[in-house]
Design a protein around this ligand. Structure first.
Ligand SMILES: [Zn+2]
Length: 298
């Protein structure tokens, strides 16, 4: 026992000598409150960890990061957020509603404002898939502050298919582990209210042959992975992650680690807005925007 204890002290000294002190450890909070629809990947059956809980906690451990998971959205408040460097959202619906599909507690009335202020002050935000299906914009109303921060709002999805994720900023740290053209089966969202003035597009979805099979995907390639800088903080979003085999995919898992590192402030920012260049809008003025048909998750 003594030997083990000494070994740990030695390791701690070695770490501090190499410039990595325990204080620099990333503390991550994962929120998966689901109000109107709960994805299988975040279902905690009989209080067992969800697939996302299992994958994210494993990745955090490998990174030497601390990880906590919750469906209790009231934990998103100014006081509690001080404990964390990064939050990951795989949420759905109006989080200020008590209960919902998973019966979890509501976010407080100041939750979104506290979250946005925390990001401005240096916090990191990572959103997957239905984070864009959270705090919807009322019909005809201005984009909600939450979705403005995320960078895009879920508009709809069709049948699942193998789409091609095309990296448009190959030097970006968040796509260091994925192929420049990555074909993978998932449920592909379309978006409205893209925050074109602030987003840095990292990858587009090319629906390929699906264009001729599902009308809603008969659109030019559109953003599916993007990021932005917000004050001192960083925001990252990846539209993927509906399917269980996506979360189990090794390449996807590596990209999650890269996203966590970047969003928590590691490496160069590279988040200058680039929407028009990324989608090639300047060369295709007649391009039709991605489908805006409103369809609920089912
Ligand atoms: Zn989905």
């Amino acid at each position: 026992m003594m030997r083990a204890g000494l070994g740990m002290i030695t390791a701690a000294v070695a770490l501090s000598l190499s410039g990595v002190s325990p204080a620099e450890e990333i503390n991550i909070l994962f929120l998966s409150k689901s109000v109107g629809f709960e994805h299988s990947v975040v279902a905690q059956n009989a209080d067992k960890p969800s697939l996302c809980d299992t994958v994210l906690s494993k990745l955090a451990e490998q990174m030497g990061a601390k990880f906590a998971t919750t469906k209790d959205a009231s934990q998103i408040n100014a006081e509690n957020l001080k404990e964390y460097q990064l939050v990951i959202f795989y949420t759905q619906g109006e989080l200020t509603q008590e209960g919902g599909k998973d019966g979890s507690p509501a976010m407080g009335a100041n939750g979104v404002a506290d979250l946005l202020a925390w990001i401005e002050n240096g916090g990191g935000f990572v959103g997957f898939h239905c984070a864009s299906d959270t705090f919807h914009t009322p019909e005809g109303g201005p984009v909600t502050p939450f979705l403005q921060m995320v960078g895009g709002e879920f508009a709809g999805h069709g049948k699942q298919f193998v789409g091609t994720v095309k990296v448009v900023d190959a030097d970006h740290p968040t796509v260091a582990s994925i192929p420049k053209e990555w074909s993978i089966n998932d449920e592909w969202y379309t978006f409205r209210n893209l925050n074109k003035d602030q987003m840095h597009v990292v990858a587009l979805l090319d629906p390929g042959e699906e264009r001729s099979k599902q009308e809603m995907y008969n659109v030019p390639n559109y953003p599916v992975i993007w990021c932005s800088e917000r004050g001192k903080g960083r925001v990252f979003f990846n539209a993927m992650g509906h399917r269980e085999d996506v979360w189990e995919n090794e390449t996807f898992q590596k990209s999650v680690v890269d996203a966590i590192q970047w969003s928590s402030g590691k490496g160069s920012t590279q988040a200058k807005p680039n929407y028009a260049i990324a989608v090639g809008e300047e060369s295709k003025p007649a391009a039709k925007s991605p489908g805006i048909s409103k369809k609920k998750e089912e």
